[in-house]
Ligand binder design. Structure first.
Ligand code: F6R
Length: 616
């Protein structure tokens, strides 16, 4: 949550900060602010509640002088409501120091009392102001901004990224991180800090990671990283794999529209270079250690939200191909359930951002208990891969819309690659079986592109439904997580009550919700499904039709058996049952987006949400 950007270089700081904040706005958008040191060392600060545009308007109405050093922040409120005074930067040392913060300082109440006892005056309700005042005190004592921050971070409990500037230290930005994201952008005669690389990718594609409990000091020509004890540590540099245009709308009405259109590409890029001569090539898995994959006796997938639904889809495939038991746990429940973990357990985390705090904590816990940890992640330089034994990156490209779409299909693709690789290692799938599954997987991008052609039809459907109060989603087997995903998208984008159910569960209670006119999406299994699930789902459809439901079916092209019983049918191409979710989800993504758009809502930045949930 909260986006952070810092810059030292030429006298174009305001532009760099506002451009960076624009790209980070998906992380939080209830208020924003900047602090810039002008050439005379005066600190210009502007901050406003509301989206970034409100801050831009404020800067136009009440400009500040540009300079060569500054920090900027876009907020997702935790302590204190989204007001001007709670917006960041927070100030210390009589307004000479500015600080921005992402995370939560858990012991802020006792630190605040200590400061109040010393006569400090607070001007906000935030926990962050405590840090600003403490660093200000330490700066007065030491005259060294890095040392001042170091002394304070040792006293803070919780998760934080902090950036500070001081009017006595022109040309310097100091940052610290614990369990919250921060990456370095390396330029020529300028350097950057950001919550993620999107903050500075338009200026440089050279980046470096900062580890946990480390402090970074940037000037125009130097970057120094130390640990919390002041010992210099090496930086791990990497090249950003995409350019700024990938994080732009490129003519689409919203980032979400663009990202849904990129679903086929997200699958194709995640597959690229990983299927060679009929085998899965994932050298990344070597980092887990020799023979680990051959020796594991169970897999636990941990994730939140949409990523957890990708995990649920993956479970069916991995168990079928490898016969290794797979359980899927929500990251925030996982470590409180006293999970059974040992050296033969592989814990696979899934995270688009690589920063979700619940998942990060679960990964750390699993590692401490002796389990091997593998991360499936979309964001280079992020924390969860760093804390894992191995990582398989999804290559969906930057996902800017807050609600996840293209990352979901990329996550399933990565899980399938992993499952097929594991099946090869363990000898549970013969060459012909492997070849058949790989052929299905490689056909997905092309088929998905044809699914997207249904867009106008789904938009029409959504436009008729702007007054709908409640929508239900039913699926079975791999269709069940897709029902959950369809319902989540509708809740978060269109603010409509929505529930996803396993179709077989309907008769055990939820059928009581059906009344005349109730809209129900049903993901219909293929008639070629060996388990005969299609017939059972057809019975479910008839049960709800009999009670007046309006049924919209997602159904395989050519399957006419359902048509007499449904009100609308959205077609998807033929695929083997395990691959249907990769095709069935796009219509639901489009539906959620179009219904939200038809209601006049902001589909990229739904209310109350943030893309990267870096608090527990
Ligand atoms: C829903 C959505 C969220 C995320 C969840 C995990 O559209 O985007 O449910 O999937 O917050 O986020 P990551 O994948 O970044 O760990």
């Amino acid at each position: 949550m909260c986006g952070i950007v810092g810059y030292v270089g030429g006298e174009r700081t305001l532009g760099v900060l506002m451009g960076g904040l624009k790209r980070l706005e998906y992380r939080g958008y209830d208020s924003a602010g900047v602090a810039v040191l002008d050439p005379d060392g005066a600190l210009g600060v502007r901050k406003k509640s509301g989206k970034l545009q409100v801050l831009a308007d404020e800067l136009a109405a009440h400009p500040i002088r540009d300079g060569a050093t500054g920090i900027g922040h876009t907020r997702w409120a935790t302590h204190g409501g989204p007001t001007d005074r709670n917006a960041h930067p927070q100030l210390g040392d009589d307004g000479r120091l500015a600080l921005i913060h992402n995370g939560i300082i858990e012991n802020f109440a006792e630190l605040k009392q200590e400061l109040l006892d010393r006569g400090a005056v607070f001007t906000s309700d935030t926990d962050s102001e405590v840090a600003a005042l403490l660093v200000g005190e330490q700066y007065r004592e030491t005259g060294d901004l890095t040392e001042a921050l170091r002394r304070v971070v040792g006293r803070l409990h919780g998760a934080f990224t902090l950036l500070v500037v001081h009017s006595d230290a022109p040309g310097v930005v100091v940052g610290a991180r614990r369990n919250s994201p921060l990456v370095i952008g390396l330029g020529e005669g300028e350097n950057f800090l950001g919550s993620d690389v999107a903050a500075f990718v338009e200026h440089t594609r050279r980046a470096a990671e900062i580890g946990q409990d480390q402090i970074v000091t940037i000037t125009a020509d130097a970057v120094v990283v130390t640990d919390f004890d002041g010992v210099v540590v090496p930086m791990k540099e990497f090249d950003i794999a995409w350019d700024a245009s990938a994080a732009e709308k490129g003519g689409w009405s919203s980032f979400m529209a663009k990202e849904i259109s990129e679903e086929p590409e997200a699958v194709a890029k995640t597959l690229m270079g990983r299927v060679v001569d009929g085998r899965v090539l994932l050298p990344e898995l070597d980092a887990l250690g020799e023979d680990v994959l051959a020796g594991i006796d169970r897999i636990t997938i941990i994730a939140c939200g949409t990523a957890a639904y990708a995990g649920l889809v993956g479970k069916y495939a991995i168990e079928k191909w490898t016969r290794v038991p797979v359980e899927v746990a929500l990251s925030h429940e996982f470590r409180y359930s006293d999970p059974i973990l040992d050296g033969r357990t592989l814990v696979v985390s899934i995270s688009q951002s690589g920063e979700t705090m619940d998942t990060l904590m679960a990964v750390k816990y699993a590692g401490e208990q002796g389990a091997k940890t593998l991360s499936i992640c979309n964001t280079q330089g992020s924390t969860i891969p760093r804390e894992s034994d191995g990582v398989v990156y999804t290559h969906a490209g930057p996902e800017v819309a807050v609600a996840s779409t293209k990352a979901f299909v990329a996550q399933i693709t990565a899980l399938y690659l992993f499952g097929l690789h594991l099946a090869t290692v363990r000898g549970t799938l013969d060459d012909a079986g492997l070849a058949a599954q790989l052929a299905e997987l490689q056909a997905v991008p092309g088929k998905l592109a044809t699914v997207l052609e249904n867009g106008p039809e789904i938009r029409q459907l959504a436009r008729w439904m702007t007054d709908t109060q409640s929508v239900l989603f039913l699926g079975r087997h791999v269709g069940y997580p897709i029902a959950l995903e369809g319902a989540l998208k509708l809740k978060e984008l269109a603010y409509i009550h929505a529930e996803g159910f396993a179709a077989g569960e309907l008769k055990h209670g939820p059928i009581a919700l059906i009344e005349p006119g109730q809209v129900v999406f049903v993901i219909v299994p293929s008639p070629r499904d060996a388990g005969g699930l299609q017939k059972k789902v057809l019975s479910n459809i008839q049960e709800i039709k009999a009670r007046g439901a309006r049924v919209i079916a997602i159904v395989e092209a050519g399957d006419v058996s359902v048509l007499p019983f449904v009100d609308e049918a959205i077609r998807i191409p033929l695929a083997a049952p395990l691959f249907e979710p990769l095709l069935a989800v796009a219509p639901l993504h489009i539906f959620g987006m179009e219904l939200a758009a038809a209601k006049g809502l902001d589909v990229d930045q739904p209310r109350n949400l943030a893309k990267s949930v870096t608090v527990e």
